[in-house]
Design a protein around this ligand. Structure first.
Ligand code: HEM
Length: 387
């Protein structure tokens, strides 16, 4: 830790040593930098996520004054996102989206997702490429674009904007890049709410949840972009990196593709793209002996819980045969990620296509740079490989 701050510069590349220290010494930690309590043990993270009566999701990140112009037209944008609603409103608004993204509904998208992944991989140069820019990002963005609107020229504009958003997220400290990204996304989703066919399952689900309120439908399209693109892209990149770092594993997966679904689950546990989720204490509460006052914000650090030796045997070992694997990377309880089935399918498709095309895929020996704009987001900004 840097001067007692577990969220120092080394954290973005490898948060797990800091998590191990926190679990062992201060499992409920007040971070002066985050101005939040940080909960790291599995048992406590589960308790926080289940106790929706005490821990509210109404933790709305304030729109920064610098972002207000870019987000004009979406002033209520984040306050009404599913992430930040509590029951009973949450229950009713979420139901149509859960149905539209159910495992069964998503299975119908498998052929299309697979075809997109294979087309991207077929176009890769034989010498080497960047897993993030050339596979993970375009695939993740295309999958969300397909959900939100019909394929066509509109989708192309959408993808360009998703790249701007990605750039904005990676450069969150560069106010101009961030503003440009947010403004472009608002423009894209404003166009979508007019253009989308409400008969497509996800736009129809947003219509069912929010009635005719076009601003809210646009805001929720934006939410799906935030929730689905960077996360899936980081899972694919973290997965390729983790699988290639373990000698012999890539070859083993090539030989036996029945291991791949378990590998996707295990990488989600081992190196998740979302390290923590946010809650607010509705009243004074004590967790693992530490008093959390009413109104305080709490990060339930699922990435730390996933490596808790009290819950997982050899938690720092990537074991693609691990079963059961009750990791918390998609959350738990009423806010459990409705996109989990889709993102598993997308990550599977990316890995399957890469395994088929590149028997000797190898990580290039470069120092990676990491997304460090938010201590709950985890993934490299690029991942160069030799093919
Ligand atoms: C690897 C990829 C993904 C990860 C790790 C992930 C993780 C999570 C987590 C941890 C939560 C719970 C948040 C909380 O409890 O406060 C969540 C919620 C959510 N996710 Fe995902 N997600 C992923 C992909 C997706 C995709 C592809 C979509 C959309 C298609 C999506 C849509 C959502 C939505 C709408 C919520 C809010 C649900 C609610 O509050 O009821 N996610 N996700």
């Amino acid at each position: 830790m840097t001067g007692g701050d577990p969220f120092g510069p080394e954290y973005a590349a490898d948060p797990y040593p800091a998590f191990a220290r926190l679990r062992a010494t201060t499992p409920v930690f007040w971070s002066g930098r985050l101005r939040r309590f940080v909960v790291t043990r599995y048992e406590d993270v589960v308790a926080v996520l289940h106790d929706t009566g005490t821990f509210s999701s109404a933790v709305v990140p304030q729109v920064l004054p610098r972002d207000r112009d870019a987000l004009a037209g979406f002033t209520d944008w984040s306050a009404r996102w599913l992430f930040f609603l509590d029951p009973p409103e949450h229950t009713a608004r979420r139901a149509p989206l859960t149905r539209a993204l159910s495992a069964r509904a998503v299975a119908g998208l498998a052929a299309r997702v697979d075809a997109v992944a294979r087309a991207l991989v077929a176009a890769l140069p034989a010498a080497g490429f960047d897993v993030v820019a050339d596979v993970a990002h375009p695939l993740a963005a295309q999958v969300i674009a397909d959900l939100l609107c019909a394929p066509g020229p509109e989708t192309d504009g959408f993808l360009a904007r998703a790249r701007i958003l990605e750039h904005a997220a990676a450069n969150a400290r560069d106010p101009a890049a961030r503003r440009a990204g947010l403004a472009a996304m608002v423009a894209a989703t404003s166009a979508l709410r007019v253009a989308s066919a409400p008969s497509a399952p996800v736009p129809a689900a947003l219509h069912a949840a929010w009635g005719a309120d076009r601003d809210l439908i646009g805001a929720h399209s934006l939410m799906l972009l935030f929730a689905g693109v960077e996360t899936t892209q980081n899972l694919i990149a973290n997965a390729v990196r983790a699988l290639l770092r373990q000698p012999g594993l890539w070859a083993a997966l090539r030989r036996d593709r029945t291991l791949l679904a378990g590998a996707v689950q295990e990488v989600a546990r081992y190196d998740p793209p979302v390290l923590g989720v946010l809650r607010r204490a509705g009243h004074d509460v004590t967790v693992a002996g530490t008093r959390i006052p009413a109104g305080a914000e709490v990060v339930a650090m699922v990435g730390a819980a996933n490596r808790d030796p009290a819950r997982f045997r050899d938690p720092d070992t990537l074991d693609v045969r691990r079963a059961p694997n009750p990791h918390l990377s998609f959350g738990l309880g009423p806010h459990y990620c409705p996109g989990a089935a889709l993102t598993r399918l997308t990550t599977y498709a990316a890995l399957d296509a890469l395994l088929s095309a590149f028997p000797a895929l190898t990580l290039r020996d470069t120092v990676l740079s990491w997304r460090d704009h938010d201590p709950t987001v985890h993934g490299p900004t690029s991942l160069p490989v030799y093919a």
